[in-house]
Design a protein around this ligand. Structure first.
Ligand code: 5GP
Length: 220
């Protein structure tokens, strides 16, 4: 831990909400971001969707049956939940609240309905929308993913056409044309938000600066 980390205390963690039309590259971007930026946790959602071949249970999602998901809704276990492409998806409340209270930042990869719920309840959340450079690129990426059936791809493409205009409701927009520069942009947003004065407890810094001031005066 550097000296700067020791004296600049964070009041509480920041909630980053990232949305995008399906196939815009959001999940890969979010995973890369979490691996690059220290103290940023990825919130693993619950879903009733079946796993894709490359997906790992409890890492990409907690895969559950619909009855279990509905029980969790009743228990108030989700901070938000939504039906997307005929499946249920939800953000578990408990781990997220714990991390935020500990001053750890959390990244949510959720759809626009979920993001709306979060913005209503968590006004300090930072929202980011990722756009593909074109619908053609989006189609190509959905086909290359090889995890979804053709009718599922068609359904996602149709929804993407309506979805893109949602970018207006988000604080930041990134066009994912080049993966590396999109990751750099995401990192820049996280680092800038972390420097917001209102989020920092700078009393230790102030004290250190005052001590220096006294020493300077004594030196004179
Ligand atoms: P996919 O099935 O492609 O993994 O995800 C489909 C959509 O559901 C994506 O837009 C993804 O961001 C969204 N999603 C994933 N987890 C959650 C969640 O916990 N809540 C909501 N509202 N959307 C989610």
């Amino acid at each position: 831990m550097s000296n700067k980390d020791a004296i600049v205390k964070r009041r509480q963690g920041i909630l980053f909400v990232v949305s995008a039309p399906s196939g815009a590259g959001k999940t890969s971007l979010c995973q890369e971001l979490v691996s690059q930026v220290p103290d940023l946790r990825y919130s693993v959602s619950y879903t009733t969707r079946k796993p894709r071949p490359a997906e790992i249970a409890d890492r990409h999602y907690h895969f559950v049956e619909e009855a279990a998901f509905r029980d969790m809704i009743k228990e108030g276990a989700f901070l938000e939940w939504a039906e997307v492409y005929g499946h249920l998806y939800g953000t578990p409340r408990a781990p997220l609240k714990e991390w935020i209270a500990q001053g750890i930042d959390v990244l949510l990869d959720i759809d626009t309905q979920g993001a709306l719920q979060i913005r209503r309840h968590e006004p300090d959340a930072v929202s980011i929308y990722i756009l593909p450079p074109s619908l053609e690129v989006l189609r190509q990426r959905l086909e290359d993913r090889k995890g979804d059936a053709p009718d599922e791809i068609a359904r996602r493409l149709k929804k993407a056409r309506d979805e893109v205009k949602n970018y207006r409701d988000y604080a930041y927009v990134i066009i994912n044309e080049d993966f590396k520069s999109a990751v750099r942009q995401l990192e820049a947003i996280v680092l800038a938000e972390r420097s917001r004065t209102a989020l920092l407890d700078l009393s230790a810094v102030e004290q250190a600066l005052m001590v220096n001031e006294r020493e300077t005066q004594e030196d004179r």
